[in-house]
Design a binder for this molecule. Structure first.
Ligand SMILES: *[C@@H]1O[C@H](CO)[C@@H](O)[C@H](O)[C@H]1NC(C)=O
Ligand SMILES: *[C@@H]1O[C@H](CO)[C@@H](O)[C@H](O)[C@H]1NC(C)=O
Ligand SMILES: *[C@@H]1O[C@H](CO)[C@@H](O)[C@H](O)[C@H]1NC(C)=O
Ligand SMILES: *[C@@H]1O[C@H](CO)[C@@H](O)[C@H](O)[C@H]1NC(C)=O
Ligand SMILES: *[C@@H]1O[C@H](CO)[C@@H](O)[C@H](O)[C@H]1NC(C)=O
Length: 467
């Protein structure tokens, strides 16, 4: 009497109606008997029940010396990277980067006066049981990070300040065991903090640098609004970004966490991206002479750091905060909207470096590098950075720009090629549209039997479709 096509909707309808029935029947006049059910035991998962850990080939390695340890000790002794953080911070772990011959654990602790002091590396197996006799005495360098040995069978790492200290929860490894870096050019996206929505800025930042050749983006998040998180999720999903979620003990002061982000990005990128552009998400690399990848390839293998001139571009309005429609997004491309700028200069420049060749990273540049490697200042007609500085808010960073304007400094108008801007606009619109452009369920897409039978109930629940 029924064919297969009809049976399925009927089955679903009955299921839905049953759920709705129980929902409405949620009884309030229950009848209580005298019976009491005693539960005397809940069985927990004890160490004696653990399965033995299987050591995998990648994890069957122990090392006996930190690579370049004398160099790191010397830099620590000379307080290199020590003077840029807060004099504070609990020992909270961010990441444990697993390299061929060492593990680097990054933290949000930055005690400048206890710089270079002892930290103990602690190793845990797949069951999170500490590996006997594995404890290793190391030291903080740079400011927030600790270089540890590798131990066969370790799956998780933690740190402690004294050998007997209580430990922060051990964290898993982030694998950096590659024969060659996976990406030729990666980009740090700076610190993300504050609850103003940055989804528009970050989408344009990523789409622009994708267009010029970057394939990986590293973000450090201290505080974030939901919409910006959705954009970062989308870039993680599509394999263009890695996000470090950093939970400090502070309600504010995220701004003073710059060094935490710098070191996190540096070690995350090492052995992962060959070149790392160390900028914030309001800075844009503009290659005008040739493509940036063909330029760095032309410098040969001895280049380890490039220094770029910066222009400051006055950004008069805030970026979009709420998503209303895709037209507003299309109209909010800052590279197209703002053109008032000063001449590009090398004061407080930003750099691109090879994290595997530079010993440490200071605020904006690398410190020390492998012998034989060189720093290049990139001529302004090859490439420079545009730094979009908001001047609409009375905010610390905007004051510099506002002052120049008040002093009637000499500004120029920079026009960027319109075909490039249209390509960028199209890409931003595509990503933002994918994430935020939504519509409600269409009635036509619900099987008619279900629609017919369940309409009165769904109407009551106000979750019915729109035509
Ligand atoms: C680990 O290395 C040891 C020798 O060092 C070897 O005997 C063992 O088979 C290796 N195990 C795995 C899983 O590779
Ligand atoms: C490094 O800093 C410590 C503590 O502030 C200080 O005692 C020491 O003299 C400094 N070392 C150098 C080489 O500046
Ligand atoms: C900036 O905001 C003002 C009003 O606050 C508006 O008139 C102007 O069009 C905006 N400019 C841009 C480029 O969005
Ligand atoms: C710069 O931007 C302003 C305001 O948007 C615009 O009126 C002007 O034409 C632009 N200048 C150039 C050279 O494109
Ligand atoms: C990884 O980085 C280390 C330290 O800078 C370097 O010695 C090594 O050659 C790099 N390995 C790969 C595969 O990039």
């Amino acid at each position: 009497m029924f064919n297969d096509k009809i049976q399925l909707p009927i089955f679903f309808s009955i299921a839905v109606l049953t759920i709705i029935y129980f929902f409405y029947k949620n009884p309030t006049n229950y009848q209580l008997t005298d019976k009491i059910v005693y539960v005397s035991n809940i069985f927990t998962y004890e160490e004696k029940d653990y399965k033995k850990c299987r050591v995998e080939t990648w994890n069957n390695k122990t090392t006996w010396e930190i690579p370049r340890v004398e160099k790191l000790e010397l830099l620590a002794k000379n307080n290199i990277t020590s003077n840029e953080g807060l004099e504070d911070g609990e020992l909270r772990l961010i990441s444990a980067f697993l390299y061929e011959n060492e593990v680097v654990v990054t933290t949000s602790r930055q005690r400048t006066s206890e710089f270079g002091t002892t930290a103990y590396c602690r190793y845990f197996d797949c069951n999170r049981v500490e590996i006997p006799g594995s404890i290793y005495k190391a030291f903080f360098f740079p400011l927030t990070s600790v270089h540890c040995l590798r131990k066969a069978g370790a799956s998780y790492m933690s740190l402690s300040l004294a050998a007997q200290d209580e430990l922060p929860e051990p964290i898993p490894f982030t694998h950096r065991l590659f024969d060659k870096p996976q990406y030729e050019l990666g980009v740090c996206g700076g610190q993300i903090y504050g609850m103003d929505a940055k989804w528009m800025q970050i989408t344009e930042f990523v789409e622009h640098h994708k267009l010029i050749g970057a394939r990986m983006f590293y973000f450090s998040v201290f505080e974030i609004d939901g919409m910006t998180r959705m954009i970062l999720d989308e870039y993680e999903r599509s394999g263009f970004a890695e996000v470090s979620m950093i939970n400090t003990e502070y309600t504010n002061a995220a701004m003073m966490r710059h060094m935490v982000q710098i070191h996190e990005c540096f070690y995350r990128a090492r052995n992962h991206s060959k070149w790392l552009l160390n900028i914030d998400h309001d800075e844009y690399l503009i290659p005008t002479g040739q493509s940036i990848l063909s330029y760095i390839r032309s410098l040969g293998e001895s280049a380890a750091e490039l220094v770029f001139a910066i222009r400051r571009v006055a950004k008069f309005n805030e970026s979009l905060q709420k998503y209303k429609n895709i037209q507003e997004v299309s109209n909010d491309i800052q590279m197209a909207n703002y053109n008032l700028t000063n001449e590009a200069g090398y004061a407080a420049p930003k750099v691109m470096y090879r994290p595997d060749k530079v010993y440490a990273t200071l605020l904006h540049w690398g410190y020390g590098m492998e012998p034989g490697f060189k720093v290049h200042a990139v001529p302004r007609d090859i490439a420079f950075l545009n730094h979009y500085r908001t001047i609409s808010r009375n905010f610390l960073w905007s004051e510099f720009m506002a002052k120049l304007i008040r002093q009637k400094a000499k500004f120029v108008q920079e026009t960027l090629p319109s075909d490039y801007l249209e390509k960028l606009r199209g890409n931003v619109v595509r990503v933002v549209g994918y994430v935020f452009d939504k519509h409600s369920v269409k009635c036509e897409s619900i099987p008619w039997v279900l629609r017919f039978i369940s309409k009165p109930y769904l109407d009551k629940l106000k979750i019915y479709c729109k035509s």
